[in-house]
Design a protein around this ligand. Structure first.
Ligand code: ADP
Ligand code: MG
Length: 703
């Protein structure tokens, strides 16, 4: 890789984007495709044939030998099946490179090995992938050669969604429809489409690959299952925004280059709060593209790490005791003519449309907090949400001083007459420029925070796709808009009706607004008084998906059928049970084969020492105390190990699904902790020479 990167030149060079399409496609075909992209008009096969041919020619110029439909089944990662472009050999023994319109728009991967949550019996194995032409195709180049990747949605033979993308596209459609309905009432006649914009910030850890390979817990589960805290954690706050070390900087440079070529606008990078933790944020994009790009970001972070002798940990909590990783999902609503509907302007109290939309979002979040919470649930996030440094598991909205003041005026007097001013930032130093201050400070403890002109949903886990949270946000906001339109469309006096509704929503939903410290114990109490749900774990939150309220909501907007929701809940329970089962088995394996034998050996060394010291006629009291302490903890660990084995075995007898998932949560997880406790204490007193794996200190500080 060259040292100098010309970003403008390489950006998007491997993407079949608008510029390429305009250049290479016949005018009529280009126009037809644009119609499909922008208005959802169906694409005919003849047009698809031309597009496929041009796409193939372009991809071959980039070195591609294969193409793949690239999709996101419910496994949490992307899936692909590669086909080469070659056609059957001709009489002369040569082959042609071909790619038809049919192959472009439709794929038929055998769906039986992907999770379907009971939607499909194994004998009904057919699944279809369908081209999402609103997310551009790209060529991925790596050691395996180059492949044309076509973003697709994945459905069953009977049309049920088996992936992340299908419901996402459906939710975008619902939101588009309801927002346009609302905008027309407010007199907007020009906007043709409304699209949610999403910018997901990605946090991750980097560790040395050699050390990583010696940590079987990281290898099998993505997080450490044992590990005593090193003398230094993150208490000095010296890592956050600290200068980036050369090895990491070189890594980030390659990551950026790869992403830019793929048209992913990697923008911001910095060190995060915990040692060895970092963040990458792209510039926001249209919701489904942002979701695809986030998958690419995770893929590239991992791939490039291997090239640099590093390993990238995307788990939400790779290390106990320091910050975990999240994925802040920044969300706003943009019209095709470029207006951000969440832009308050300088005087939000006068911006009636903004206030109205804001109140609708409050209503949406306050009506469906459990669904939002559930959308951020994954096994790893259980260790993060509600911990001292992550958003609590309670959903609330942060509005900031200025908007909260407007809300207070609305609630107390029925109308808002003024907005708090932002003013200038006084630094007290003449040579520093006067900065215009934001009207609102930040709140890093809120799970759903309004920041300038967007909402930031901070609960999402670092390893999860951002599809599910956006499906929920899009749909619940569409629902609030739809309810409001039902009323406003009937109103005789529109202005008065808007005014009344703003006031009504403000009063009814003020309880979801919280501007204080979301990490505090007082908030937990206060939230309880307000009647806000506090769903502490993944398994406790899954039921929200299949509640009557949820089924009604998602069916109303054709985002999910009841069967689809039930299947997803089933998959969630299974995912949880499988994840904890693997963790428990990994713990048992590591403790039995590595840790306990090492400690046993160490007790032998200590015992020999005690005898030798005594034989030399000296006092062996200290040596003997250490031996006793090690033996005591060894016994505790052995007993906990036996118990964990029993609990894990019993789990296999439980009914798959909810019952089994709860067993893992209530019985196996505590048994894992009970084994970890004595082992971590042992790590602190057993000689480092005999400890069978790298420590937290080795992993976090020697990258
Ligand atoms: P902050 O520091 O407030 O978190 P940044 O400017 O760093 O905000 O942006 C964080 C993420 O939010 C980036 O991915 C950015 O592109 C995205 N973002 C910025 N504005 C919007 C918007 N209007 N809608 C959605 N995402 C946005
Ligand atoms: Mg942010």
């Amino acid at each position: 890789m060259s040292d100098f990167i010309n970003v403008a030149e390489i950006f998007g060079e491997n993407v079949f984007n608008d510029t390429v399409m305009q250049e290479r496609l016949p005018k009529k075909v280009y126009k037809d495709l644009k119609k499909t992209i922008e208005d959802g008009k169906e694409l005919d096969l003849a047009t698809a044939d031309v597009i496929a041919h041009e796409m193939k020619e372009w991809a071959i110029e980039k070195g591609a030998t294969h193409y793949t439909h690239w999709f996101q089944p419910l496994t949490g990662v992307t899936a692909e099946k590669h086909d080469s472009f070659i056609s059957a050999p001709m009489a002369n023994g040569k082959v042609l490179m071909s790619f038809s319109g049919k192959e472009l728009i439709k794929g038929e991967p055998d769906a039986s090995s992907f999770p379907s949550g009971g939607l499909r019996a194994t004998f009904e194995a057919r699944g279809y992938t369908a081209w999402d032409c609103t997310s551009p195709a790209f060529v991925r180049q790596d050691a395996g050669g180059a492949t044309l990747c076509i973003p697709t949605a994945f459905c069953s033979y009977t049309g049920e969604a088996l992936d992340q993308k299908t419901p996402l596209l459906r939710s975008m459609e619902a939101l588009n429809k309801q927002t346009l309905r609302l905008l027309r009432l407010f007199g907007n006649t020009t906007s043709k489409r409304v699209i949610p914009s999403v910018g997901p910030e990605q946090e991750y850890f980097l560790v040395d690959r050699e050390k990583y390979l010696k940590r079987k817990d990281l290898v099998f589960t993505g997080r450490t299952l044992f590990g005593a805290m090193p003398p230094k954690g993150q208490e000095l706050d010296d890592h956050y925004f600290g200068s980036i070390r050369e090895r990491i900087a070189a890594y980030m440079k390659d990551v950026n280059e790869e992403l830019w070529k793929l048209g992913v606008s990697a923008k911001t990078q910095h060190n995060e709060a915990a040692p060895a933790q970092h963040e990458l944020a792209p510039i926001y994009a249209q919701c489904n593209v942002a979701v695809d790009h986030n998958q690419l970001i995770m893929e590239v972070l991992k791939k490039v790490a291997a090239r640099h002798g590093l390993h990238c940990l995307l788990h939400e909590k790779p290390f106990a005791g320091v910050n975990g990783s999240g994925k802040h999902n920044n969300w706003s609503l943009t019209t095709d003519d470029g207006k951000n509907l969440l832009e308050p302007g300088k005087t939000p109290h006068e911006n009636i449309q903004f206030l109205f939309i804001l109140m609708c979002v409050l209503k949406a979040v306050d009506t469906y907090p459990e669904l939002l919470r559930e959308s951020a649930a994954d096994p790893g996030n259980d260790h993060r949400l509600g911990a001292a440094e992550a958003p609590p598991a309670i959903i609330s909205v942060f509005l900031g001083e200025q908007l909260e003041d407007v809300l207070d005026q609305l609630v107390s007097t029925g109308s808002a007459t003024h907005s708090l001013k932002s003013g200038k930032l006084e630094t007290g130093v003449r040579t520093l420029p006067n900065l215009a201050k934001d009207a609102t400070d930040r709140n890093r403890t809120s799970p759903f925070a309004f920041t300038n002109n967007k909402f930031e949903f901070r609960m999402v886990g670092s390893r999860d796709s951002v599809a599910a949270p956006n499906v929920v946000i899009n749909t619940i906001v569409a629902d609030a808009f739809s309810d409001a339109c039902d009323i406003l469309e009937q109103a005789e006096d529109f202005d008065l009706a808007v005014h009344d509704l703003i006031k009504e929503y403000a009063i009814q939903h003020q309880k979801i607004v919280f501007n204080g410290n979301g990490y505090s114990e007082e908030w937990v109490e206060e939230a309880k008084r307000r009647g806000l749900p506090n769903l502490k774990s993944m398994v406790e939150s899954i039921d929200a998906m299949v509640s009557d309220k949820a089924v009604k909501l998602f069916e109303k907007f054709n985002v999910f059928t009841k069967a689809e929701l039930e299947s997803r809940a089933e998959i969630q329970y299974e995912t949880y049970a499988k994840a904890i089962n693997i963790e428990a088995k990994a713990m048992i394996d590591i403790a039995s084969k590595h840790i306990l034998p090492a400690v046993v050996k160490y007790t032998k060394q200590l015992a020999d020492t005690v005898i030798a010291v005594r034989e030399a006629g000296a006092d062996a009291e200290v040596q003997s105390e250490v031996l006793n302490e090690v033996s005591r903890l060894l016994k505790e660990a052995k007993e906990a190990l036996v118990k964990l084995g029993e609990m894990t075995n019993q789990a296999q007898e439980k009914e798959e699904g909810k019952e089994q998932a709860f067993w893992f949560y209530e019985e196996v997880s505590p048994a894992m902790q009970a084994l970890r406790d004595p082992v971590d204490k042992l790590e602190m007193i057993v000689s480092k020479e005999v400890w069978p794996m790298p420590s937290y200190g080795d992993l976090m500080f020697e990258v």
